[in-house]
Design a protein around this ligand. Structure first.
Ligand code: URA
Length: 280
């Protein structure tokens, strides 16, 4: 094409520009995958109940009928109801992870590279709950491995802990595209899994990181600035666990002056653990 603009290249460039505007910031393969294509997969693949669960009291059937294949998209209210049903069938952390792996009710899964479930020691007394995986976490499949994760590791080190002595997860199990804020629907759909996560993990102390985790787990509309640094009790599923909210490490990277509050909050966490007889 002497002197003219190659229409194929121009169209490819326009498509790339559109993807970047939509929040794409990573190339993960040579061949495009249409994650929105309709495929015949079960909407809610709950793990099979284990033998001892199956016998005397059969589980009630789901409150609402699940749409049948081939549609994989659930209306959001149904997605949260389906999530609750499925989460309740999980008896162990690996079962919960497997259930999330096959859960099709959260649209974030379509754009994420992979599930980001948890990192650290499943039997650690301390459970940290962040917001959502970012780019690095999406690539590695582990929470808090990017810049904010490195800061979190330093905060943990300040109280003599590392990931062998803490358990880390998020409110969302898939990366929101372009790291945008999760929607209310996405958070509501993942919340039953988070609550089941806590019930199965049974930590001695919970720390929420950032606004979204604090509001959702404490079920309040108060913001993080008011909530942080105070002890509450997480009372659900027969549990009563001391819980404290603090700023998100990513917020500290933007506003380092708040580091002193987080340091203070984690010293309080260490004191709480010690008062509960937990050694470093
Ligand atoms: N921010 C989070 O809230 N979670 C992560 O896993 C990483 C960054």
């Amino acid at each position: 094409m002497a002197g003219g603009i190659d229409p194929v290249k121009a169209s490819a460039r326009a498509a790339l520009r559109w993807l970047m505007d939509m929040g794409a910031d990573e190339t993960v393969g040579d061949v495009p995958i249409d994650r929105f294509a309709t495929v015949a997969v079960p909407v809610a693949a709950a793990p099979a109940p284990r033998a001892r669960e199956a016998a005397p009291t059969p589980r009630p059937s789901p409150a609402r009928p699940l749409p049948s294949a081939p549609s994989t998209a659930l209306p959001q209210g149904d997605a949260a109801a389906s999530a609750r049903e499925i989460a309740a069938t999980c008896d162990t952390l690996p079962a919960l992870r497997a259930a999330l792996q096959s859960f099709e009710g959260c649209s974030l899964k379509k754009t994420a590279t992979q599930l980001v479930f948890a990192d650290g020691a499943p039997d650690a007394p301390l459970m940290l709950i962040g917001e959502a995986p970012g780019r690095d976490e999406d690539i590695k499949g582990l929470p808090f491995v990017g810049a904010s994760g490195q800061l979190l590791d330093r905060v943990l080190a300040a109280i003599g802990r590392d990931r062998t002595k803490a358990y880390i997860t998020n409110m969302l199990f898939w990366r929101p595209p372009g790291n945008r804020e999760p929607t209310i629907e996405e958070t509501a759909t993942c919340l039953p899994f988070v609550e089941r996560h806590i019930a199965l993990k049974r930590p001695k102390v919970i720390v929420t990181l950032g606004n979204i985790a604090a509001k959702q787990i404490l079920r309040t509309s108060e913001g993080i600035t008011r909530l942080r640094g105070k002890w509450f009790l997480y009372e659900r599923d027969g549990l009563s666990i001391p819980i404290i909210a603090t700023f998100h490490p990513a917020a500290l990277l933007r506003n380092p002056a708040n580091k002193r509050y987080v340091w203070r909050d984690f010293l309080s966490v260490q004191e709480k653990l010690e008062s509960l007889g937990v050694e470093r």
